[in-house]
Design a protein around this ligand. Sequence first.
Ligand code: G
Ligand code: G
Ligand code: MN
Ligand code: NA
Length: 254
Amino acid sequence: VTLRHDLHNALAEDQFELYYQPVVDAVSGRIRSTEALVRWHHPSRGMVSPGEFIPLAEQTGQIVPLGRWILRRACQDMVRFNADRERELPVAVNISSLQFHRDGFLADVRQILAETGMPARLLEFEVTESVLLDGTGPVIELMETLKDMGIRVALDDFGTGFSSLSYLRDLPTHKVKLDRSFIKDIQTDRRIAAIVQGVITMAHHMDMCVVAEGIETPEHQDDLARRLCDLLQGYYFARPMPLNALQALSDRLP
Ligand code: G
Ligand code: G
Ligand code: MN
Ligand code: NA
């Protein structure tokens, strides 16, 4: 039996779970937000990586109901999580191409916000350049509408596509997430370091904030903090974790 076949029943069988990875202030290391990352507990194979099943779900169209479930669960979780926190944490949800460009997307989002009581200002969407490129419709208008609703859209995996600079120029976005492939080599490759510094400086001149992904060592943190990168995310601070673990962590690192 194939993964594709199993995926078909996984939603009805309640086999998905959301993990959350903290995003921290580059200098203080304190939690500023979280990214929701879906996990599939397969009945016989154990945990299957989203790197494996998200592309499948995109091919079959299942990403639409799955994406709706992910957004609803992230909102439910964070409303609950924030209820007993002094400072509320925003959550970022990855949005696939098919989901983003579907006619019913905005209606789904409005419905889920209303139903869960999630404040739009605490919700952020992460989209990649390829999601934006796929668009046949008016991507900028959609992003403006989301912005008017109070939802921010961040550019994910920034630097891995081909049109990064024009996106910075044209899109109503407040945040870029530097792909972790840059961070990996930042200390050994002067060109990479120059690109990273250039993106940070440019983004700041455009009133955007920069998140560096894939921070795995204290040297990575020092380097990015020195370059005035705003936010950091990576295994050095925390791996993606279940909601109750995030709760425990944030109680220790308020
Ligand atoms: O969590 P992990 O690093 O294994 O994720 C692998 C890939 O799957 C990443 O590219 C990530 O963006 C994607 N991914 C994880 N969770 C989601 C999700 O909820 N929705 C979408 N569309 N992609 C996700
Ligand atoms: O494509 P996107 O940026 O949404 O995917 C995030 C993915 O990166 C998740 O699957 C998450 O598990 C992974 N990730 C998060 N931090 C690190 C890290 O420090 N190192 C590596 N190798 N992967 C990471
Ligand atoms: Mn992401
Ligand atoms: Na990324």
